[in-house]
Ligand binder design. Sequence first.
Ligand code: NAD
Length: 466
Amino acid sequence: MTMQLDPHTDIASISGTVAKLRNTYNSRITRPLAWRRQQLQNMIKMLDDNEAELLEALKVDLGKPTTEGFITDLAFVTGEIKLMLKNLTKWNSTEKVPTPLVAMPAKSVLIPEPLGVVCVIAPWNYPVQLLLVPAAGAIAAGNTVIMKPSEVSPTVSGVLARLVPQYLDTTAVSLIEGGVPETTELLALKFDHIFYTGNGKIGRVVMAAAAVNLTPVTLELGGKSPVIIDKSANIEVAARRIAWGKWLNAGQTCVAPDYVLVDSSVEDKFVNALRTSITDFYGENPHTSDSYGRIVSPRHFDRLVSLMTGGTPIIGGESAAADRYVAPTVLGNVNLNAPIMQEEIFGPLLPIISVKDTNEAIEFITSRDHPLALYVFAENSSVVNEVLERTTAGGVTVNGTLLHLTSPHLPFGGVGESGMGGYHGKSGVRIFQHMKPVLKRGTKIDPKISYPPYTERKLKLFRKVL
Ligand code: NAD
């Protein structure tokens, strides 16, 4: 396997690449569904043929366990693409809609058309999924697309940079590698849609660059996704599901539970159950477990070690710089003003905050930015309903974590600080289409009533029918 540790595309070539994609789009070769189907099938083939190399690259960059890499990066992408293939005709078909009386006689339709040239900028935590799922949606909708994987996961970036031109039509689909200079150059160019996944600070940079060309954006951002544990919760199941969602990919998941607000009457039981789950999943020493990942870079490792000082470890707390290991860590005695409660943790540290009841938890959450995800554990359905009614979040799983993200029928995205626009399933194709409204009239009937001169009689009639 070739490994590029600092991959980047020649900056001078970027504008030419985008110009080529625009020419291709204008040539209309991306319009026939047969072309799109072929590209999507090729993308699946690319993942299938190179599964071992991609899983190895995920391991090099993130210590990603093979099973996690397979499920969350590779199988997730192929699942989404298979759904696109199955519905390709349907999601690209003209939709009939009603016509109001005032415009009759006529027929009204929505004609889906591609937007043009799409730019997809991805982060490092699920570096295959977060690049290819939006790119596949853009292709399914008939766009040309340029992809920019994250330089923070350089091995995956290098492998994809080599594979994409081998499998996909290079006149319509390009991948450029690099960090800030390359992405800055890219964002100075004109696109018809920019799909960015990453942190909100850079989300603002992307949106400002897009504003220059009035380019629409989808921003898939992050934030602090809270968990509420009501006193009615099934504590054992809650602990297991939280432990899974938190320590998958060593906590480097945009929708990972960021912190827990637990009813004080069940706190001890919950912490004990969490300890049991961690041992069940990763053994007595998670450092030696094949099922536990690593922090992506020394910079992120240092950040997490420093965040840990915002509380007292009651489980875990160990770290090892040599292999960027941070133990599954539960923190008590949390300082609400410390950085750990001010910024997204994005790592394996879980602060536990005791609240007197779920009402206090709701108030805690609503006094902060709208999170990307919210989790509530309760057997009492009126508690669940109250949480749903009083809080806003990008998405919610009740009595579970992460899983709302897996449904193609639930558009995935944030609200407010956690982002704008949702994708997956049909919404992941719609986002790259313009549903062009067309009203079609015949000429056989053309009642004079609609035209000037206006008379009292006409006005009377309009008052009746409008
Ligand atoms: P990152 O550092 O890889 O950055 C994301 C992308 O932005 C990269 O491709 C990078 O090259 C580019 N970039 C960085 N600086 C830039 C600049 N100045 N100008 C233009 N482009 C620039 O990833 P990250 O931001 O650390 O990702 C983690 C964040 O992403 C977390 O907040 C996480 O919650 C969020 N996230 C959200 C989702 C989602 O689907 N909503 C998924 C994954 C991660």
